[in-house]
Design a protein around this ligand. Sequence first.
Ligand code: NAG
Ligand code: NAG
Length: 217
Amino acid sequence: MCTVTMWKCLAFMCALATTAHSDSCCVPTQFECSEGTMTGSADDDGNTALAQALIKFSFDGNGKRVYSVEQVIVGNQSDTYTILQLYNQGQQYVIHNGVCSRGSLETWGNKGCIPDTATVSGTYQLGYGQNIWITTYSWSIPSPTASVSLGVTDNCVPVVEIFTGQQEGTSFLALQGFQNITLGIKDPSVFVVPDICKHQSTSVPVPMYRRRRSTLF
Ligand SMILES: *[C@@H]1O[C@H](CO)[C@@H](O)[C@H](O)[C@H]1NC(C)=O
Ligand SMILES: *[C@@H]1O[C@H](CO)[C@@H](O)[C@H](O)[C@H]1NC(C)=O
């Protein structure tokens, strides 16, 4: 059901084509939400894959940290990843199947903010009789070579994102919807490094197109 909705949004956003420059739009400083994502990919040999993910995450722009629990479904296989990213320490921890891997992180940069290079590619109203207006921002990122289209409300709360591109001969399309957003962090202890992670060494960074969360965070 979620998927159908996102595809409708996609079709709708493609129908909109005006272009103007973005004012600074940043997501709320601290918030929590659910994110549903669907990623399809195909390589030059015609191998295709479809992955779904259900993500719950906590974003803390003050402490520069993000915590998420991501259930990833590929075919009939389901895996759960718990990901803790502490940008002030440059460290991320990924727990999967009872094993914790530690890796380094890029800098926080402009995380949570739509880049200045973005343009407004359309506006539309959600539902009927409710005054919910969505502005779609579009921009490109260099690595992987990809385009991002993100729909946000008037106060820059993310609603739907489309991420398409190519990496190492694999083309991908990711659709992401954001639900049940609440402001603040209910339980700050999610940002405490779990005991299981205290003695782990390094991990390989996750390629961007396999990242399941929004390109903004
Ligand atoms: C997953 O699907 C494959 C192919 O349909 C099947 O062979 C396999 O038994 C399934 N695995 C599980 C755990 O259901
Ligand atoms: C959103 O919140 C409602 C009400 O608490 C809940 O029933 C629903 O499962 C939530 N949806 C997601 C995707 O978390």
